[in-house]
Design a protein around this ligand. Structure first.
Ligand code: NAP
Length: 331
């Protein structure tokens, strides 16, 4: 039996990068059954050592290549800035590792196709870490939609905007801007609600520091007349509730919609229902559980976050940036 399918043995994780999200994911792994965080890789020994000390990790690598080559690692979680996802994922896949890569999966569709090709060639599991798709309250929303609880979906309203001054968010070389950093969440929600890509997109951005989009408004139009009204921002705080409106009612994903712990069904007639789904840890545990389920079953991609959807979301991001004439140096 393949080691990874042997349920008597833990799944051995490595984390590539030691920044903000890497720490949250390391915390989440502690709550995932059968997960063993065995290694971390950083550009520097000091950062690897500090991270490893905080999370009790045995193996501390001073390069990403050393982590990728570590024979004790089954799957690597990529937690570097967007612009590095392609190279970091390919490095690990070519070393025979499965990969869970942070969102946005890549800078654009062409990069993502390259990574998926390498995963297919190496027969390795690969998934975008779009945690929203695995959040129980969001899954409840999609169940209600599928069951027809709000009739036919007609509109989605969602925005993700916050104020941050970190340089990386404004650096074109790192794929800066609001769209790739946070706009991907409302776009993902619209994709979940309508179950497909938009037929048409109209958008507008304000390009400030670094020439990247500090804020953006997007209108997505779907065959049959569905419309999504979406916004993203990195210099402006926006509301963080989201609404999915149908012919017979509405679903409200409470603040913060992308990792909501509360969701309401508001029927056109009758009393609303509100359900609570407290996270087992911090919300990142669900995507890790999905990776485990796929690995144990020998699947190379997730049905909930398939490669096709990663590419469809990137199609939307690519089209929107093309409307603004915003391209990155590596494109
Ligand atoms: N799912 C979510 O909720 C969520 C939340 C936040 C971010 N993210 C995604 O996760 C990724 C990382 O975001 P983050 O907020 O964790 O970033 P961060 O705090 O800046 O950490 C990124 C890490 O990547 C490594 N790195 C390699 N090259 C780098 C470079 N040129 N500049 C900066 N760091 C570099 C560094 O680790 P070493 O020094 O150890 O090599 C750094 O600590 C992004 O793609 C972001 O979109 C997802």
């Amino acid at each position: 039996m393949n080691r990874i399918c042997d349920t008597t043995r833990p799944i051995r994780w490595g984390i590539l990068g030691t920044g903000y999200i890497a720490r949250l994911f390391a915390q989440a792994l502690r709550s995932v059954k059968d997960a063993d965080l065995v290694a971390v890789g950083s550009r520097t020994q000091a950062a690897a050592d500090a991270f490893a000390k905080d999370f009790g990790i045995r193996k501390r690598h001073a390069s990403y290549a050393a982590l990728a080559a570590d024979p004790d690692v089954d799957i690597v979680y990529i937690a570097t800035p967007h612009a590095l996802h392609k190279d970091n994922s390919i490095l690990c896949l070519n070393a025979g590792k499965a990969v869970l890569c942070e969102k946005p999966f890549c800078i654009n569709r062409a990069q993502a196709e390259e990574v998926i090709h390498v995963a297919t060639q190496n027969k390795r599991f690969l998934m975008e870490a779009m945690w929203t798709r695995f959040i129980p309250a969001v899954q409840q929303a999609t169940t209600w939609i599928r069951e027809g609880a709000i009739g036919e979906v007609r509109m989605v309203q969602a925005s993700f905007g916050f104020r941050d001054h970190e340089d990386k968010l404004f650096d074109p070389a790192l794929g800066g801007g609001s769209l790739l950093d946070v706009g991907i969440y409302p776009i993902t929600l619209a994709h979940l609600a309508f179950g497909k890509s938009p037929a048409r997109i109209e958008s507008m951005a304000w390009r400030g520091r670094g020439g990247v989009d500090e804020q953006a408004g997007m209108l997505l139009g779907y065959e049959g007349g569905g419309i999504a009204v979406l916004a993203s921002a990195i210099q402006t705080q926006t509301p963080h509730e989201a609404f999915i409106m149908g012919t017979e009612g509405m679903i409200r994903l409470h603040d913060t919609f992308w990792n909501a712990t509360q969701v309401s069904l508001v029927p056109a007639e009758g009393a609303p229902t509100t359900l609570n789904f407290p996270h087992a840890c911090n919300g990142y545990e669900y995507e890790a559980q999905e990776a485990h389920a796929c690995l144990r079953a020998g699947r190379l991609e997730s049905e909930t976050m398939p490669h096709r959807v990663t590419l469809e979301i990137l199609d939307s991001l690519d089209s929107i940036r093309a409307q603004w004439g915003l391209s990155y140096p590596m494109e």
